[in-house]
Design a protein around this ligand. Structure first.
Ligand code: PEP
Ligand code: MG
Length: 738
């Protein structure tokens, strides 16, 4: 039996009960390696390394010899996380002489860090009198023992963790793009991070090699299936997968894993160990191309570990955990959400990626485009995510952490106060009823109806579910989805909006047409009218779902009355065929293109209701892309132009007896909501997160008084770009919770 296997076999025996006495361990390693000394140093509070066990050095030094991290050769190995193999240790500049150990007699030294999840828990060192460099097999043995030791120390909690270098202890700030607002404070979890395997050692290398081969094959098959899934040539995902496959087929790392198994490790422990080495290498390589390949390799290691470690208990998600991921699929996000994460940070996320859409629906604070964070962060690092400010701080300073903890508590308290208002009627202080409704896009958001006490769904974005599933469902499936929405609404009104795809909302895999301005391109109802089959199928599904109940349908991105008529004609044609007919069919339109302002008389004669989509309306009115963060604060909804527009729609619609609602994001912001109500709009549809706050504000609003004030503020605007200040000033003066 080779040295490593014999040693590991003996260690397995020693560790059979989960623990191994360190003195026994050092004796065994020293004997197997034919070295005169083997010592284990363990990190203690105060960043000290303490000699915890030794074979060969003076026994009285145990528990007494202490080194600072960075001090002496052992301290240097702990600080850098790098092994040192020195034939003439005493002439190394870092050599620190400790007379109580008696180690001056030993010339050669091999010191290996004991690391787990990127942190140093201690150092294991062997020494010999004769000057010599330890060979690769010996280094391998000590490294393997170090890995076992790491598990041992971590499971017995007998070591403090030392940061691997100073940079790992100082706060690190990263900026990114807000994908979903909110804050979170808690330990980080790295998506796909290799978790320690439960079984480290194995009796039968042949069986382990076969398990590995099987897992590799399954992984390769999975990749092949992904690649052949009809991805268009030259498409970025295809390139990524192709290069990923090349890495997966690379024999170099597999050979390393095989060697480790032959040395006596279980397949998962061997993969884990090679994965750890890769991660360490990745940190040191500057070349972005190589880093990307190594990162893929790490991903793969994690996939293999999941396959091999079947039945592994999912790592518990600590409260407030912030998930860090390179990229994240919708199913993965749902899975993590179910396990209780409080925030998400992705290196490559865009606001329209599926994960972002889902995260928004789930109310998970999310930051995207945060480069390089995965290489720096370690599992369990404390982090603070401030998506509102596009910021992630790893290992924040205590004062910063406390300030955010206070803010989080304040938000929780506020939520509780708002929840208490759930069953209160939504009326202003003077008794004007305002219908507060929800914007919804996924079935799982429907629970928010009851949680918030909303009056109904003022905007159901039908495209969101299609984007999350990746394709447009067939009629029956769509009907089932819409039917569930109506069931959940239980008689409360639901405004279904037909597919609003294109622009920033693409189905995955659908080739985006090469357009210079996709937001103003071939999108939404334009596609619906040019490809009526898709729209008709959706309309049929909606009618089927209603199954005799009330049905409200509205069309997005209507630019002309003619378009509205054409869309309505399609709906009426379908309605003529579907039985039972809805109890009542209301056909409305979104108003989000300014051109409709000059067609209002005709439109209001034909539409049953109008919903102002202020997100798009703002971008088209001010010619300011809604997706460009640097423009986000440039134009204000509370501007004379926008308020005049709303007032005109409201006045004309009221005269025509057509209900008006607002379903853009502004409806969920207290000051904007108050202003809309001041302009006469009494139906507001918003994300669930805004509802309680708006209700809270309205409850203290003296509407007649505010109307007068608002009219005067608008009259005396004098060319101001925004009326926010005078409106907010009045609200503050009257003690309104804005
Ligand atoms: C809007 O444009 O205001 C709107 C509600 O639609 P969406 O945000 O889905 O474009
Ligand atoms: Mg819109």
């Amino acid at each position: 039996m080779s040295t490593p296997r014999r040693l590991l076999a003996r260690l397995r025996h020693l560790m059979a009960h989960g623990t191994a006495p360190l003195p026994e361990l050092v004796r065994m390693v020293a004997a197997e390696l034919v070295s005169e000394v083997c010592s284990i140093y363990v990190v203690r509070p105060g960043d000290l390394l303490e000699l915890a066990a030794t074979e060969g050095l003076k026994p009285e030094a145990v528990g007494r010899t202490r080194l600072r991290i960075g001090e002496g050769i052992v301290g240097l190995v702990a600080a850098t996380g790098q092994a040192l193999n020195l034939p003439d240790a005493q002439n190394h500049p870092a050599w620190a002489y400790r007379p109580e150990t008696g180690e001056e007699r030993y010339a050669s030294l091999l010191a290996v860090p004991v690391r787990r999840a990127g942190r140093t828990l201690g150092v294991i060192a062997v020494q010999n009198k004769a000057p010599r460099r330890y060979d690769a097999d010996e280094v391998e043995v000590v490294e393997t023992v170090a890995m076992l030791l790491a598990e041992l120390l971590a499971s017995t909690g007998s070591a403090e963790t030392a940061e691997e270098d100073i940079s790992a202890t100082v706060p690190r700030r990263f900026t990114g793009t807000q994908l979903v607002a909110g804050i979170a404070l808690g330990p980080v979890l790295r998506h796909g991070a290799a978790h320690a395997p439960r079984r480290l050692l194995a009796d039968d290398p042949a069986q382990e090699l076969a398990r590995l081969a099987h897992a590799v094959e399954a992984m390769q098959r999975g990749l092949d299936e992904l690649i052949s899934a009809r991805l268009p040539d030259g498409d970025a995902p295809r390139e990524i997968l192709e290069s990923y496959r090349l890495v997966a087929a690379d024999a170099g790392w597999l050979k390393k894993v095989n060697d480790a198994i032959r040395g006596g490790l279980s397949a998962e422990a061997a993969v884990h160990r090679v994965g750890g080495e890769l991660r360490d290498r990745m940190r040191r390589v500057a070349d972005p191309y190589i880093r990307e390949r190594l990162a893929d390799l790490e991903d793969m290691v994690n996939r293999l570990l999941v396959t091999l470690d079947e039945g592994a208990v999912a790592v518990p998600v600590p409260p407030g955990a912030i998930l860090l991921a390179r990229r994240l699929g919708p199913a993965e996000l749902l899975d993590w959400h179910a396990r209780g994460i409080a925030g998400v940070v992705v290196e490559e996320g865009s606001a329209t990626g599926h994960a972002a859409i889902l995260a928004r629906a789930l109310g998970l604070p999310t930051l995207g485009g945060v480069r390089g964070v995965l290489e720096i962060a370690e599992d369990d690092d404390e982090a603070l995510l401030d998506a509102d400010d596009g910021l992630l701080v790893l290992r924040p300073e205590q004062e910063v952490r406390q300030a955010y903890a206070r803010e989080l508590q304040a938000r929780t308290d506020r939520q509780a106060r708002w929840a208490a208002r759930r069953d209160l009627p939504s009326v202003t202080a003077d008794g004007t009823a305002v219908h507060l409704m929800l914007n919804v896009g996924l079935a799982l958001e429907l629970t928010q109806l009851d949680a918030t006490g909303a009056a109904g769904i003022g905007l159901f974005r039908t495209e969101i579910a299609m984007m999350a599933r990746g394709t447009i469902a067939d009629v029956a499936e769509q009907a089932a989805v819409y039917g569930r929405v109506l069931d959940a609404a239980a008689g409360r009104p639901v405004m279904f909006r037909t597919l609003d795809l294109g622009g920033d909302k693409m189905l995955p895999g659908s080739a985006a047409p090469a357009e210079e301005n996709p937001a103003m391109g071939w999108r939404s109802l334009r596609i619906g009218l040019d490809r009526p089959a898709v729209l008709r199928r959706q309309l049929r599904a909606l009618l089927l779902a209603a199954a005799g109940r009330k049905l409200s349908v509205m069309f997005p991105m209507v630019a002309t009355v003619a378009e509205f008529r054409a869309a309505r004609a399609l709906l009426l044609a379908e309605a003529a065929r579907v039985r039972p007919a809805p109890e009542r069919l209301a056909i409305g339109t979104m108003l989000e293109i300014p051109a409709l302002m000059w067609q209002l008389p005709e439109l209001l004669r034909e539409a049953d209701f109008v919903s102002l989509g202020t997100n798009d309306l703002m971008q088209f009115l001010f010619a300011a892309d809604r997706g460009t963060p640097s423009l986000a604060g440039r134009y204000d909804f509370l501007s004379p132009a926008m308020l005049d527009l709303v007032a005109q729609v409201q006045a004309q619609a009221a005269a025509a007896g057509v209900p008006v609602s607002v379903c853009g994001e502004v409806a969920g912001r207290p000051l904007e909501a108050m202003t809309l109500v001041g302009l006469g709009v009494t139906t507001l549809s918003m994300p669930a997160s805004g509802l309680a706050q708006v209700k809270d504000l309205l409850a203290s609003l003296d509407l007649p008084a505010f109307r007068g004030v608002l009219a005067s503020i608008r009259r005396t605007a004098g060319g101001a770009a925004s009326l926010r200040e005078p409106i907010a000033g009045w609200a503050r003066e009257h003690g309104l919770p804005i």
